[in-house]
Ligand binder design. Structure first.
Ligand SMILES: Cc1cn([C@H]2C[C@H](O)[C@@H](COP(=O)(O)OP(=O)(O)O[C@H]3O[C@H](C)C(=O)[C@H](O)[C@H]3O)O2)c(=O)[nH]c1=O
Length: 187
């Protein structure tokens, strides 16, 4: 397992060891004791989504009950992004991104308190992710994917395909400060 730090402290790229042989390959995608060594707490909910090229899901966050997310692509390719939206964080409004694919088998750790999203850069993406807390629709909200104050450089050709919820999201500056996770809550 290779663990790669990103420019956002706490956000990690993980490269599990792949055991290939004449039959195909094997890899471990989660092990509580080993992942705890990298600061990843126990994971309680597993999700899967399938999206076609040009779909953009996000930016999503829950607060309270912020979810840390261990994300991975089983088939296809996405550009995956984490944004630090914790009030008081020295990296507030900063983003980092990584290409995840069935080919590179990389995982991306998005800590609690970060907004998360991805755009499908392959023909499709079978996307799976494990969460540190349960889905809480009453505390979930979206941040605009194209918030100029965040300035994510999405590898996009044209306008992305968004859900109604994501198309109506607000920019960070228009979200009341007390609605945002605090750095102290999730440092
Ligand atoms: C997230 C979630 C959704 N749902 C239901 C609610 C909706 O009826 C339907 C689709 O939900 P939504 O449009 O929010 O799904 P995504 O746009 O893929 O959102 C997810 O993808 C982005 C990138 C994230 O980071 C979040 O984890 C998550 O919000 O699934 C559930 O029943 N349980 C869940 O945990």
């Amino acid at each position: 397992m290779q663990v790669i730090e990103t420019e956002l402290p706490g956000v990690l790229i993980l490269e599990p060891k792949v055991f290939g042989d004449a039959r195909g390959y094997f890899l471990e995608t989660y092990r509580a004791n080993r992942y705890a060594e990298f600061g990843i707490p126990p994971l309680v909910q597993d999700n899967q989504s399938y999206s076609t090229h040009g779909v953009l899901r996000g930016l999503h966050v829950q607060h309270p009950r912020a979810q840390g997310k261990l994300v991975q692509v089983l088939e296809g390719e996405v550009f995956d992004v984490a944004v630090d939206i914790r009030r008081g964080s020295p990296h507030f409004g900063h983003w980092t991104g990584v290409t995840l694919s069935g080919e590179n088998k990389r995982q991306f750790w998005v800590p609690p308190g970060f907004a998360h999203g991805f755009v499908v850069t392959g023909e499709h993406a079978l996307f799976v992710y494990k969460n540190t807390d349960y889905y809480s629709p009453e505390t979930e909200f979206s941040v605009r994917w194209d918030d100029p104050a965040i300035g994510i450089e999405w590898p996009l050709e044209g306008v992305p395909s968004l859900s109604q919820k994501d198309s109506e999201a607000h920019c960070l500056a228009d979200i009341p400060a007390d609605r945002l996770p605090g750095y102290e809550d999730y440092a």
